[in-house]
Design a protein around this ligand. Structure first.
Ligand SMILES: Nc1ncnc2c1ncn2[C@@H]1O[C@H](COP(=O)(O)OP(=O)(O)O)[C@@H](O)[C@H]1O
Ligand SMILES: CC(C)(COP(=O)(O)O)[C@@H](O)C(=O)NCCC(=O)O
Length: 319
């Protein structure tokens, strides 16, 4: 697996070891408890209070500086345009990375930490899985084995959602997904009402696509981001985490007869492991190589994880 960008003066990134990075937290207080971290982390993600202290305090401090600078710029523009009471626009953070790399945990920990900064008391989190086409549509289009690939998302709906958020509109709805039924939840939404920060998390959020030949201007999803984070790890580790999580889900969530994967809870451990390896290799690894990893150099910041899911390196795009 390749390394992050080389730490030479031509690299667009400054690269820090996790210990160097930890120093930048300064005197940021640790406001989460071990219990809260346990509640926020996903299945099979061992993130603990020490990891929050080492990695996420500095990150929340940096992000809060970006939020404050953007708010200041917004105010200066308001004065520049003599705009009276201009509608405030939320600061949007995109979080990208492979299936099973730990995006959800990072997103939830950051949501809690950022909400403790005075400049951003209201932080909301939306995941892109709600924008997947329903299974009925994916089946019809022969895309059930392409779930998570670019063509399995309603990108138009994502762009409409993000442009409404950026316009500062109240009560913007985002659709919801259930991992239990492995499908979008018909008619169920989360309502986002003018947060200070929106975290938008999903495997494909940094994706680009071919420019249209007909001159029609369509933005990329990432055009709406003020900051973006790519969670990275060597391929063989993500594979291992995916299979470990699948084996734990087999003993928990898959036991529920309503679970789409319920049949796998009845298989022998070896047979279940073979299924997990197939899902990884045929869907998620392909998607990682073809569509997710190529977006890594677009991120403002890369968190590179190693063994035990711990962040080992942080790469920050130079200004
Ligand atoms: N089949 C499943 N059943 C229940 N929960 C799942 C299933 N697959 C993934 N999850 C949960 O969904 C969330 C998102 O998982 P994923 O898309 O792999 O991203 P990541 O691991 O990077 O957060 C995680 O909290 C994970 O534990
Ligand atoms: C739902 C997902 C595509 C992730 O979606 P995201 O929230 O990143 O948009 C992924 O968790 C998934 O279900 N992949 C399909 C293959 C599998 O079952 O692992």
């Amino acid at each position: 697996m390749d390394q992050l960008a080389p730490a030479d003066r031509y690299s667009p990134y400054r690269i820090f070891s996790a210990d160097e990075w930890a120093q930048f937290r300064n005197d940021t207080p640790l406001t989460l408890t071990e219990d809260e971290v346990r509640r926020l982390r996903s299945l099979n993600d061992p993130v603990d209070l020490e990891e929050v202290r080492r990695v996420y305090l500095s990150l929340s401090r940096l992000l809060s500086a970006h939020v404050e600078a953007t708010q200041l710029l917004f105010e200066q523009r308001r004065i520049f345009f003599n705009a009276g009471n201009a509608v405030k626009s939320p600061f949007i953070i995109g979080i990208a990375g492979s299936v099973a790399v730990g995006k959800s945990t990072t997103a939830r920990v950051l949501k809690e930490l950022l909400a403790r900064w005075p400049s951003s008391p209201k932080v909301d989190l939306v995941t892109t899985d709600g924008f997947l086409y329903p299974n009925a549509v994916l089946r019809q289009e022969g895309l059930m084995d392409r779930k998570g690939f670019p063509e399995s998302y309603d990108v138009g709906a994502i762009l409409r959602f993000l442009s409404s958020i950026k316009a500062g509109l109240p009560n913007v709805r985002a659709p919801l997904y259930s991992h239990l039924t492995y499908d979008v939840l018909p008619g169920e939404y989360v309502t986002i009402d003018r947060p200070d920060i929106l975290i938008f998390e999903g495997i494909n959020v940094l994706q680009t696509r071919e420019l249209p030949k007909d001159g029609k201007a369509v933005p990329f999803v990432s055009d709406f981001f003020d900051f973006s984070i790519y969670i990275d790890a060597p391929e063989h580790l993500i594979h291992q985490w995916y299979v470990e999580r699948f084996m734990r889900l087999r003993e928990t969530a898959f036991q529920d007869p309503k679970s789409f994967f319920h049949r796998y809870s009845k298989l022998s451990p070896d047979a279940a492991k073979a299924i997990a390896n197939q899902l990884w290799t045929n869907i998620n690894l392909k998607n990682l190589r073809e569509n997710i990893l190529p977006t890594r150099p677009r991120a403002s910041l890369i968190l590179r994880k190693g063994a035990n899911h711990l962040v080992e390196e942080v790469a920050l795009r130079k200004l």
